[in-house]
Structures are given as C-alpha cells and as structure tokens.
Design a protein around this ligand. Structure first.
Ligand SMILES: [Zn+2]
Length: 468
C-alpha cells in the first residue's frame, strides 16, 4: 500500500510503526460555527482512510479534536448569555448530528482543548526549560523558531523567505517575527486559565501537539488535515512536538485538497461558505459523499450546485444498473470471484484512489450489455457489499434510492404521478387504435413537463428526463 507523504513530497510504502496498528490524528473543528463543505470534505476523506485501513486489517486508533475555546466562541456565548463551554457543548452536538447524517463514523477519541489545560501547561513549561520557548513580561509564551533547525521542512519553506512574508504586528512583543504563541495572556475579567505565566489561554498549535502526546504518544503513524493547515499550523505542531519529544511527530502527513464554489475559493471574504445542512436540504447525504469521493482526495474540488447535480445523476445511474443487476441475477447460481473487489483494493492501495475505482466501476457498468455474465454480476455485488461501508455510498436498497430521487424531481417539476400514469394509459389506447399522432403528442407533452417515457416489449415506464 502506498500513500502520498506530504513530508517527503512523494508516494511511499505505508508501514506503520507497530505491525497491524495505525495511530491517526486529524485536526478537528474550532466550534465557532456550523460545518461547511470544507469540513465535510476533510471528515469524509479521513473517515474513508480509517475505514479502509480497518478493512485491510489494521487496528486503527483515530483521534480528532475539538477546539472548544476561541475569541469568537467567547463573544458568541456572551451574546447568548451562556458560558463558552455551554455553547461548545451545543455546537458539538449539532456538528455530530451533521456527521451522523452523512454516515461519518466517530473517531475513537474526540478530545477538547479545555480538558487538556494541565497537560498543555506542562508541555509549554518543558519547552521553556529546554530553551525552545520564552515568556514575556505580559505573560505570553512564544516558541523560538530559530532554535529549531528543521523549521520549514513540512511546508518546504526556507526561514529567510518566511521572514520576508511575515507581518510584524505592533502589539507583539516577541523576540523574532516568526516566533509563534504557545500561550496568550488575557485580562483578569476575560475567560482564561491560571498558569505559571498568569491568566491566559493556549495557542491553537500547542493543543494538537499536547493532545497527540497525551492520547496517542510521541510519534503517530498518520497526521491529517486540510492542505490549508500545512502552514503554519502543522509546521508549528511539528516544530514544538519534535523539540519536546526528541522524536518525529508523525511518520506520514496526509492532506486533503481544498474546496472551491463555482470556481471561487471558499473563504470568509467571499462570503461563499456553503453549510453542509443547506446542501442536505436539497441532496441526499450519499450524493454529498459521492461528490467528494468521485475526486482524488488531494485534488482541488469544486462543490458548486452543479457538482451535486452531476453527482446525483451519476449515483442515480449507478443505482439503476445495480437494480438491473439484481433483477438479472435472480434465480441464478451465486458463483463469484474477487476480481471486482481486487480492483477496488488496487485503486485504494494506490493512495486511496476512490476516484479511480468509481471511474472503473462506471466503465464496467457501461459494458454489461445483456446482463448475462452472472459470475461477473455476482462479483460486482460481492464487491459493492464491502465497498459501501468504506466509501459510504451504495448503501441504499436500489429501489428505495431510485424512488426517493424520482419523488424529489416530481415535486420540483410539479408533476403528479397519477397524471403520468393516466397519460401512459391514454397513449396505450391511442396506440391500440393506431392513432400514432396522438400517441406522439402525449409523449411530447410529458417530455415538456420533464418526464420521459421508455417503451419496452410489454410495458411503458417513465423516468426523469434531467437525470439522463
Ligand atoms: Zn492541529
């Protein structure tokens, strides 16, 4: 199995430290808002990775944190007249509800920064004692970047280049512009924790380093997150953990690509953050998972409405073929082989290439012809039964999914199913009377409403035209 290791900027053979065991940590959400598509892509990606590693026989210990305190959470809580911790509790419940809806399995550990303050203080104290960090007169503590010679290795940046790009803020009293905060002092009346440096709150980077050390140990197998976290967040985590532990923080660094919406980067300044809950009003959760996994996890992914429409159409096609397969293999022997499953593991063993597998499946489906190669049909269904729990797609009964999507479109098109049936009957009668002009008129009328008719030997069925 090979994975792209961002640390070495190449694909490498995946060999965890302990045989059959994988320790994985992924930076989780700061709970100052609801999950958007960027969060969804990350949790779906690492859920797929965890599930695939489990399928391969690894005992995966997966931890992902919640940053449950920051300035925005504090201000939002003030407005609601509740404590920041109460607000965080509510948010986490909302977030987990969204992840449940899109079938994301929960990590084994979901640590919250406010529960790790003593460990963070120990970590920071250690870094000061070892000479890697310093406190200032006002009670801040900074990591001294120039003391760690490996700085920039993860993000492939040179310290001199970084110096030119860093803006020096006037309020900062750090020794060097590149130094970053491990602990920030707060005023006596602000939310904070007591520490050897006075009242304050931990910096963002130190929480992940501390929680990884406390829960998983000095060196983990996989550290994950979105590409936007490589610098400075992961670079800083790597620096402080390496200095504290005198050991590498992670063997493999894996980062998912970013999201655009209709070609534009998703960001606060563009005000184009799309919330997962808003997508789920319009689309089935499997459509969202499909839209993510039909692309390789490292690619930049456009998640405008068109990408969901296309995903819905493709998934509808897949389910229709699955339905045909199920009908065709009824009453036949159950002879099968692992060829289709092997195709899946081949794709996934090559840096979790779910995109390649879905494309291969698409091409296989398009060549099924008369659905009479029963061994192949059985082998496909054997593979799908395993794949559905790893990718989180193809989990519906085919009829149920098809029915659901058809009903959704009927509602959108404002067409009544009984009306379609009555028109089909009228057309049948017209054909029996050899009134082909009327029969064609009826077909065209339905088509103008968005409904297409499909004639087979013994009956006429209808479908949604847009889905073809
Ligand atoms: Zn982190």
């Amino acid at each position: 199995m090979r994975v792209y290791n961002v640390l070495h900027r190449k694909k490498e053979e995946f060999v965890p430290q302990e045989k059959n065991k994988v320790k994985m940590y992924v930076c989780g959400m700061t709970v100052n808002g609801e999950p958007h598509l960027g969060h969804a892509r990350q949790v779906i990606t690492f859920d797929m990775i965890a599930q695939y590693l489990r399928f391969k026989g690894y005992d995966v210990i997966y931890a992902s944190n919640y940053t449950d305190i920051d300035d925005r959470i504090i201000n939002q809580a003030k407005e609601l007249n509740i404590t920041p911790i109460e607000l965080a509790d509510k948010r986490i419940a909302i977030i987990e509800d969204v992840w449940n809806k899109i079938s994301v399995s929960q990590p084994n550990y979901k640590p919250r920064v406010t529960k790790f303050i003593p460990q963070i203080i120990d970590f920071v104290s250690d870094l000061i004692a070892k000479g890697y960090a310093y406190s200032t007169d006002n009670g801040d503590v900074y990591f001294s970047v120039k003391k760690y010679h490996g700085y920039g290795s993860l993000s492939n940046r040179k310290i001199d280049e970084l110096k030119n790009s860093v803006r020096i803020e006037s309020a900062d009293n750090k020794q060097d512009a590149l130094d970053f905060a491990l602990w920030k002092a707060v005023d006596a009346n602000e939310f904070g924790f007591m520490s050897p440096w006075g009242k304050g709150r931990p910096g963002w980077h130190i929480e992940c380093s501390t929680m990884i050390k406390s829960i998983l140990g000095n060196t983990i197998d996989i550290h994950g997150g979105g590409k936007d976290l490589i610098f400075p967040h992961h670079e800083n985590e790597l620096a402080q953990s390496t200095c504290e532990n005198n050991a590498p923080l992670a063997k493999y660094w894996i980062h998912n690509g970013l999201i655009t919406v209709d070609g534009q980067k998703m960001s606060k300044s563009f005000k184009n953050f799309v919330l997962v809950k808003d997508v789920l009003v319009k689309y089935d959760p499997e459509v969202l998972r499909y839209a993510v996994l039909v692309n390789h996890y490292t690619s930049t992914l456009d998640m405008g409405d068109n990408s969901f429409k296309q995903a819905e159409k493709n998934l509808y096609y897949f389910y229709n073929v699955i339905k045909n397969i199920e009908l065709a293999r009824k009453d036949t022997n159950d002879d099968y082989d692992e060829s289709v499953l092997n195709l899946f593991t081949e794709c996934m063993d090559d840096d979790f290439n779910s995109a390649k597998f879905i494309a291969e499946l698409f091409s296989m489906f398009s060549k099924l012809g008369k659905y009479d190669n029963y061994k192949q049909l059985n082998s496909i269904m054997y593979a799908i039964d395993k794949v559905k729990n790893i990718l989180g797609i193809f989990r519906y009964d085919a009829d149920e999914f098809i029915y659901k999507i058809k009903q959704k479109y009927l509602k959108e098109l404002n067409v009544n199913e009984e009306y379609i049936d009555s028109k089909i009957n009228q057309r049948l009668m017209a054909k029996q009377e050899k009134n082909y002009v009327l029969a064609d008129e009826i077909r065209n009328e339905l088509l103008s409403l968005g409904i297409m008719l499909k004639d087979s030997k013994d009956k006429t069925t209808w479908d949604i035209n847009q889905l073809y």
